[in-house]
Design a protein around this ligand. Structure first.
Ligand code: SAH
Ligand code: SF4
Length: 374
């Protein structure tokens, strides 16, 4: 039996009525596009250089490409699929941007900055992978809004390019060349698996943005089959699991996906991931007042994670419009952390970055620092 090859993103887009977008294309797709326009293949390399090294925002900037080629390209492909429509900046420098997509839907992404010593800054870009989310977590603003659609690879990459461009043009501070990337915005990254892997490979490629695999973190609510596939593919990208509860009855309520993949199956896939990749996993645990914040629940969490090569990232919930999910008072958070530490579970308490602009959003919190270790 011959395997039927899956149509590439490029082929799918060529079949659709939409203009394709350069960032939807792999290196091979760019070569195919250039060949289709009757040009030598080194032009594909030049084009790639303009997209990922110069971060060109228009064909006009691509000075070493013939004007006729640029005109042909402009008729065939867009440079970006997303348009910033609203932006807010928090006191700590976190920028959150709302982008509109070509079909009028909107997504959010944010960029956080943290000092890296000697007057330098590290930046972390938090991107969305879907418009909406089908998993319906009860505390999550996106989950409560339902699922709209998967993002195209270009729509995800464009969020990173947008902030990298901003970062490079930042004045007065010395910045790194490329940001860390966390797939922790709207949507469940592993539910848009093929697009996500294409994005990771392009961001990681020396011909792309050249972002180290270890500088990227995929966060999942626990899609076990995709976690298993991800482990087998052995990318060096970090994995974070949004756990939030250490007992099935409670996790079923907070993360309904748990009914499909209960803790036993999830933890088994996590252990296998650590074994296969040799990499530490981060467990994210958002603390909600009177829901999952008792010392007894910290004891349960420690028992669940005992002996695993992992790290817990504790986050006090951000206040959303949903009054059922409030952050605990600080002492309760500290008591929870203390109990984990007492039981030798490595953990970090993260304060929200950009708290003053995230209010009511329920998303895009800064849980990235804890995932950077290990
Ligand atoms: N769907 C993936 C990817 C990130 S979802 C996942 O669940 O891991 C967006 C992130 O925002 C999740 O980590 C989620 O736990 C967090 N989040 C959603 N609502 C929140 C809230 N009210 N307070 C704090 N974090 C929240
Ligand atoms: Fe989806 Fe993540 Fe929100 Fe759950 S927390 S609804 S998985 S975006």
């Amino acid at each position: 039996m011959t395997a039927i090859e899956k149509p590439s993103c490029y082929n799918l887009l060529c079949m659709s009525k939409e203009l394709i977008c350069l960032t939807d294309l792999t290196s091979d797709d760019l070569v195919a596009l250039i060949a289709e326009l009757g040009q030598p293949s080194y032009r594909a390399k030049q084009l790639q250089h303009w997209i990922y090294k110069e971060l060109a925002a228009s064909y006009g900037q691509m000075g070493n490409m013939p004007k006729t080629l640029r005109e042909k390209l402009a008729r065939k492909a867009r440079i970006s699929r997303i348009k910033p429509v609203h932006e807010s900046m928090a006191k700590d420098g976190t920028v959150k941007t709302l982008f509109s997509l070509l079909d009028g839907r909107t997504i959010e992404a944010s960029m956080m900055q943290h000092p890296a010593g000697k007057g330098k800054w590290r930046h972390t870009v938090c991107v969305s992978t879907q418009a909406g989310c089908a998993l319906g977590c009860s505390f999550c603003a996106t989950g409560q809004q339902g699922f709209e659609r998967n993002l195209w690879p270009g729509e995800i990459i464009d969020q990173v390019i947008y902030f990298t461009r901003r970062m490079r043009h930042g004045v007065g501070v010395e910045v790194d060349a490329v940001p860390n990337v966390v797939f922790m915005g709207m949507g469940e990254p592993l539910a848009n698996y093929d697009a996500l892997m294409q994005v990771i490979d392009i961001l990681n490629s020396p011909d792309g943005l050249n972002i180290g695999a270890r500088s990227m973190t995929v966060s999942t609510a626990g899609l076990v089959p995709q976690i298993e596939r991800f482990s087998q593919e052995k990318r060096q990208v970090r994995l974070a699991i949004s756990l939030h509860a250490a007992a099935d009855a409670l996790r079923n309520k907070l993360v309904p996906l748990n009914k499909r993949y209960p803790l036993e199956a999830l933890m088994k896939s996590c252990r296998a991931h650590i074994e296969t990749t040799g990499r530490r996993i981060t467990f994210e645990y958002i603390l909600f007042e009177n829901i999952n914040d008792s010392v007894q629940q910290a004891v349960e969490l420690a028992a669940l994670l005992k002996g695993m090569n992992c790290h817990v990232n504790l986050i006090a919930a951000n206040s959303t419009d949903n009054k059922n999910f409030k952050p605990p008072v600080h002492n309760i958070v500290l008591a929870f952390q203390h109990e984990l530490e007492r039981r030798h579970i490595p953990c970090t308490l993260r304060v929200s970055k950009g708290a003053d602009i995230n209010a009511g959003c329920g998303q895009l919190r800064s849980r990235f620092l804890g995932t950077e270790r290990g």
